[in-house]
Design a binder for this molecule. Structure first.
Ligand code: ATP
Length: 372
């Protein structure tokens, strides 16, 4: 069955077949600019935890500036995290040190202000331990586990900006192969031709330059460049937003085929929900550095609970004039919507597989909403 966007339906993945490919725990990425009174901290990602399961397409949505791109870039080690851990295929690939720095600072305060000798000794141990941890994490983060990171590739939003105009398609796609040690030209040509066919182009395209292609074809080249390294996991950062609507569905179908045929796990980043609806198995909604809701796609669309998710959904147009006539945009203002003065919210499960950022009072309300 096909839907109005002409996008192939999702494949069924049994829960039992799932294992996390990526595991993110309390991830923070803060950008600091300026010094002293001019110092500005942008909490682009501020304590996000979730897993991406093997073979799934995980949709990550939220409006511009909510931290989606920063999250993707931190995953692929383009940014060093401020705090938290990222595990890829069961191995920690990058860890932030902010919590260790904070533990050291607290311990220093104790040494300064406490008289109790035992407390001071404890604090000294804390400092020693956390300094050791910082050294270990730094060493590990620097160690570029090439074989592992090769398995994680990124597809960018703007295919023209991400493809070198002076290189032929073959050179663009072959670059990663050469870096990874493939030397024989006939082997490289063979792999480039194969990958071109996989992404819906033809071997004759190999000797042309990016400007000779349409936007959709360029995005196929970008996907080919990622694919040639046999990745396990693809981060697709707004891969269709720069494309004509008429070819968006083709690229979505291509990504879906890659998942079906090669079992590639995909993080699909987009700013609106209508795009991720058809392709994602699960969807995470981000608002200003935090994950506010996460659920299987069908569940999120059937039972959106967080007011921000509702606001995003109310912005999704449907091809139904009747619906469009009465569609009301819901606005979201966190200051007036939540009262977190007495109890802070935590990200918690409200129904199997459905997570929401809420405090206990809100949880009660959301539970009532789910029942009603
Ligand atoms: N290198 C950087 N230095 C300082 N601030 C940054 C940097 N990169 C991103 N930011 C800030 O972090 C916040 C999150 O940006 P990010 O690009 O991750 O959001 P986004 O949701 O991907 O938005 P968009 O959809 O527009 O790409 C923004 O306030 C942005 O200005």
């Amino acid at each position: 069955m096909r839907n109005s966007l002409n996008i192939d339906n999702k494949i069924e993945i049994k829960q039992s077949e799932l294992a996390p490919v990526v595991s993110i725990k309390n991830l923070k990425k803060h950008f600091i600019s300026g010094v002293g009174k001019q110092k500005l901290v942008v909490k682009a990602v501020d304590g996000v935890s979730f897993d991406i399961q093997s073979g799934e397409i995980f949709g990550l949505v939220g409006e511009s500036g909510c931290g989606k791109t920063t999250l993707g870039r931190t995953l692929i080690k383009l940014h060093e995290p401020t705090d938290g851990t990222i595990e890829f295929l069961g191995r920690p690939i990058t860890e932030g040190i902010q919590s260790n720095i904070e533990a050291i600072n607290e311990a220093k305060e104790i040494i300064k202000s406490h008289k109790d000798a035992e407390k001071k000794a404890e604090a000294k141990n804390t400092i020693k331990f956390n300094k050791k941890e910082i050294r270990r994490k730094k060493r590990q983060n620097e160690k570029n586990d090439y074989e592992l990171t090769k398995k994680m590739q990124m597809i960018f939003q703007d295919p023209i900006a991400s493809l070198d105009p002076r290189m032929t398609v073959k050179e663009i796609i072959a670059e990663g192969l050469r870096i990874s040690g493939v030397k024989k030209d006939d082997e490289i040509t063979k792999q480039v031709h194969e990958v071109l066919e996989t992404v819906g182009l033809v071997p004759e395209h190999a000797n042309r330059y990016p400007h000779e292609f349409s936007g959709g074809q360029r995005q196929r080249i970008g996907i080919g460049r990622a694919l040639v390294l046999n990745p396990t996991f693809l981060i697709a950062d707004e891969p269709i937003s720069a494309l004509d609507v008429s070819i968006q569905a083709q690229i979505i179908n291509l990504l879906n085929d890659l998942r079906k045929e090669y079992g590639i796990t995909i993080l699909f980043v987009a700013h609106d929900l209508s795009v991720v609806k058809y392709i994602s198995d699960r969807v995470g909604v981000m608002y200003f550095g935090n994950m506010v809701e996460l659920a299987p796609a069908d569940e999120l669309f059937a039972n959106p609970l967080h007011p921000y998710t509702k606001s995003l959904l109310s912005a999704v147009p449907l091809a139904d004039p009747n619906y469009e006539k009465y569609r009301k945009r819901v606005t979201y203002n966190p200051q007036t919507t939540h009262d977190y003065s007495e109890e802070k919210p935590v990200f918690q499960e409200i129904k199997e597989g459905h997570f929401i950022l809420a405090n206990s009072k809100e949880m009660e309300e959301y539970r009532r909403e789910l029942k009603g």
